[in-house]
Design a binder for this molecule. Structure first.
Ligand code: CTP
Length: 402
């Protein structure tokens, strides 16, 4: 059974789609999952805790202040004992609470305290779904690594139609299986670099670049979702730490290299960071303006992390993947970079300003390996990450079978 031994904490919020969540409990259990249910007060107006308890075969949790539950720190324990938290239906109200970090009932408190992956299945009226507040809340939650399935378009309550219908139980089950990854990379170790590096000129100034870290962070999250024990070595970014990933925060290229080497051995290394190629000899005190010409920066080359990790030897990860950030002759430059650095795959992407790759949410990439060039369609950075993680899992499985 695909979900044998997996533990799902299902939070049912108050919407008419709650009736489908009863079927979801049954479908998850059919696949071997243990399902624990939390219901909000509004959910209990649509379906009864008794129905959910009968289907889950367990007590249903409803009250943050129930003494028996809280004596065991119920809200902390419930998430701690789950592999995945599923919110279905996720109403506009609960999404807003999650985005704002509110914790005024059992469901929202669990969601704030949970350190487990979270999957939401939104369900609401089309106008609520398309409201700027919901769009902003969702974007924020996705940036924090929350996974989403649906909603679908179709007939809604109150004779309306449009996007807002909760995904069907079997679609949610498929998303659960994907989130739990079936462990395609379980037992594997991965190192991912992400973000820019900052190279100090003096105690207050530094050289940097426009990398946001979105792509590298998404890759770390995607590898972790497939079960890889993942270390993310991140330069300074405003991206939140992805769930289920050990994050080492660094500033300079040399710190990034040291952190990567410390994280070895690994099966997989993905170098998505935009590492500064040069550093200056940092002045110990703030450089002062003096009468005369401005100071000249003397730059020295930084270590190349990707090339270092790609060096043959018994500590070389089985698969080393680099990125090629180019503004012209994309494929040609990327192929040359792959050969020069000695990595297995290189992901070429156009970082010229019109492409909007740096800082944006979308990416159009070309995966180059020894077999040739694979052109991927324009995708969100999360989708690029998910596809890459799946390609990596497939490659390692093939190698293991050889
Ligand atoms: N990289 C690295 N360490 C460096 C420079 C780059 O690990 N000191 C890695 C990047 O993480 C990326 C790949 O090398 O995976 C290519 O980076 P890119 O910036 O495209 O190329 P550069 O090596 O910097 O070459 P150039 O600036 O000439 O394009």
């Amino acid at each position: 059974m695909p979900l044998q031994g997996r533990r799902i904490l299902l939070i049912i919020a108050g919407g008419i789609a709650a009736y489908k969540s009863l079927d979801l409990i049954r479908r998850l259990r059919e696949r071997g999952a243990a399902v624990r249910v939390v219901m909000t007060a509004a959910a209990q107006r649509f379906v009864t805790p008794l129905a959910a308890a009968s289907l889950s075969g367990d007590q249903v949790y409803t009250d943050l202040f129930s003494l028996t539950e809280e004596s065991e720190m119920g809200h902390l324990r419930l998430a701690a004992e789950a592999d995945l938290v599923v919110v279905a239906p996720a109403t506009a109200d609960l999404l807003a609470k999650m985005a704002a970090g509110l914790a005024d009932d059992l469901a929202s408190t669990i969601l704030l305290a949970a350190d487990k992956p979270i999957l939401i299945a939104p369900a609401m009226n089309t106008r609520m779904w398309l409201h700027a507040a919901t769009i902003a809340n969702l974007a924020l939650l996705e940036r924090r690594g929350v996974e989403r399935i649906g909603p679908n378009a179709g007939p809604l309550a109150e004779h309306e139609s449009g996007p807002g219908r909760m995904a069907e139980p079997l679609e949610i089950v498929a998303a659960v299986e994907q989130c739990l990854g079936g462990g395609a990379l379980s037992g594997r170790r991965a190192i991912v670099t992400s973000g820019p590096t900052h190279e100090p000129l003096d105690p207050v100034r530094y050289i940097a670049n426009r990398s946001s870290g979105k792509q590298g962070h998404a890759i770390a999250a995607a590898l972790a979702r497939l079960g890889a024990e993942t270390v993310l070595v991140s330069g300074p970014t405003s991206e939140p730490d992805p769930p289920g990933v050990r994050v080492l925060h660094v500033e300079t290229a040399r710190e990034m290299l040291a952190a990567c080497e410390k994280a070895l051995p690994a099966d997989i290394a993905v170098c998505a960071a935009a590492v500064a190629d040069w550093r200056a000899e940092a002045a110990p005190q703030k450089l002062k303006k003096k009468n005369g010409p401005p100071p000249t920066l003397k730059l020295v080359e930084n270590p190349d992390i990707l090339a270092t990790l790609s060096k043959p030897g018994n500590r070389r990860p089985r698969l080393v993947v680099g990125f090629a950030a180019e503004t012209e002759k994309l494929i040609e430059h990327a192929q040359a970079k792959r050969a020069k650095k000695g990595c297995d795959w290189i992901i070429a992407n156009d970082v010229s300003a019109p492409a909007g790759t740096f800082g944006g949410d979308a990416n159009t990439v070309h995966v180059i390996d020894e077999a040739g060039v694979e052109d991927w369609p324009p995708l969100s950075k999360r989708e690029v990450a998910a596809r890459l993680a799946t390609r990596i899992a497939r490659f390692l499985a093939q190698k293991a079978a050889e």
